[in-house]
Design a protein around this ligand. Structure first.
Ligand code: SAH
Ligand code: SF4
Length: 395
């Protein structure tokens, strides 16, 4: 069936580290600031050094544990200090433009960030957990040929405030902040897990992603254990060890192919860091991050990467790495150059991997009716905007 599919040889984007964060000197938002940054902001606004530690902790608790955005409600701070804070600072998160709810309960939020750009955030309820899929960039500089986000050029990196803000707006919508005066309930949370699997390559926006996740994992922040956070990367090798060292969350890798020839086409960053280089780095990750296993994501594309031979090669390649293989049936999007593998094929592939001793769940597509599935994000919205721009050009 390969003949029916044209795999375009997409060039790899050369250097993308240069995309600046948009934290300007005039940035007064307290959301997304590290403890050190927040402390510096408070001192610059007149707070005595010796009070910094305590005040940062108090403010974090109001913002991230109680969902308070109005300084007036931060009642363990003196009235004078609350007024001072309000004079200098804001507590702001991205704005939800619209929300769609799928028949399976999945919620997709269209979110507007500064500059009028939009990103999508997806909440997936399951029986034992609720997972929020968040974005790290508007668009993506990489061009994975099966990914819809990859067809859109990068607009910009999200700030740490915009990344942690996605979690806060979902908690707003889920009604998951404690009543005033109550302590936050850490048991049975509706939003219990976070995956960086939305738009963008998180490791090409490292600093903002790290700062945001540190707030998510902090006991005075969002308070989710690092084992409930999974960062997915296409394979930015130099940043993987740094992730273990500076973040320490769980790692997922968009593997998707078992030969360099095929992976070069599917995940073109492979031309820079090939399968062998990537696997060498991954072998170190569990030890460095003290986590149990790595998730290998593998999109099932008919006739491209889904043969029994591929499955056997895969288990050989990852030998020695504690791993789980997530098989993702390809989600089609308008104009996509691939087809989803048949259910029978996916099951046969899964069985080979399973029999080699690895968990190999087939991911159930969620929220398909609202285009919220993996790799489908941003589609309709972006198209509308493009046609709007065209219309404006003409006008
Ligand atoms: N940029 C990061 C994280 C976002 S993508 C990365 O590439 O890992 C999250 C997962 O969805 C990745 O494994 C990605 O390869 C996969 N994906 C992208 N487009 C898809 C599609 N159309 N169908 C199924 N999975 C897709
Ligand atoms: Fe970017 Fe990930 Fe899509 Fe590749 S799969 S284009 S890295 S968002």
């Amino acid at each position: 069936m390969v003949g029916a599919i044209t795999m375009t040889d997409v060039p790899i984007t050369p250097e993308v580290m240069a995309v600046p964060r948009i934290v300007s000197d005039g940035d007064t938002n307290l959301v997304g600031k590290s403890r050190a940054e927040l402390g510096e902001m408070l001192v610059a606004a007149g707070l005595p050094e010796k009070q910094v530690r305590m005040r940062v902790g108090q403010i974090w608790q109001w913002i991230y544990q109680k969902g308070v955005r109005d300084f007036e409600q931060m009642t363990n701070l003196s009235k004078i200090y609350r007024d001072e804070l309000a004079e200098h600072f804001t507590v702001s998160i991205p704005e939800v433009v619209s929300k769609q709810v799928s028949t399976d309960g999945t919620r997709k939020y269209l979110v507007r960030i500064e500059g009028g750009h939009e990103v999508e955030v997806v909440y997936i309820p399951e029986t034992d957990r609720g997972t929020l899929c968040i974005s790290s960039q508007v668009g993506c500089t990489l061009n994975c040929s099966f990914c819809h986000t990859g067809t859109q050029t990068l607009v910009r990196n999200l700030t740490a405030a915009e990344i942690v803000g996605q979690i806060m707006l979902a908690r707003d919508d889920l009604g998951e902040w404690p009543e005033p005066g109550r302590t936050p309930n850490l048991e049975g949370r509706l939003l219990s897990n976070v995956v960086l699997m939305g738009m963008g390559e998180p490791l090409y926006n490292f600093d903002a992603v790290r700062d945001a996740l540190k707030i998510v994992m902090d006991g005075e922040g969002i308070s989710l254990s690092r084992r409930r956070i999974t960062l997915s990367t296409s394979g930015v090798v130099p940043a993987i060890a740094k992730t273990a060292d500076e973040i320490g969350c769980l790692l997922a890798v968009s593997f998707h192919a078992t030969t360099d020839e095929v992976r070069d086409k599917l995940v073109p960053i492979n031309k820079k860091w090939n399968i062998e280089t990537l696997l060498d780095t991954l072998r170190e990750y569990p030890r460095l991050s003290n986590s149990e296993r790595i998730t290998f994501e593998y999109v099932m594309l008919k006739g491209v990467n889904d043969s029994d031979e591929d499955a056997r090669r895969l288990v050989k390649l990852i030998k020695g790495i504690p791993a789980k293989i997530n098989l993702i049936p390809f989600n089609e999007w308008p104009g996509s150059p691939y087809e989803r593998s048949d259910v029978k094929r996916i099951k046969a592939f899964s069985e080979i991997v399973f029999n080699a001793g690895y968990a190999s769940p087939i991911r159930k597509p969620r929220g398909e009716d609202i285009m919220a599935a993996c790799g489908q994000l941003k589609s309709a919205t972006e198209k509308v905007r493009r046609s709007r721009v065209k219309a404006e050009d003409k006008g």
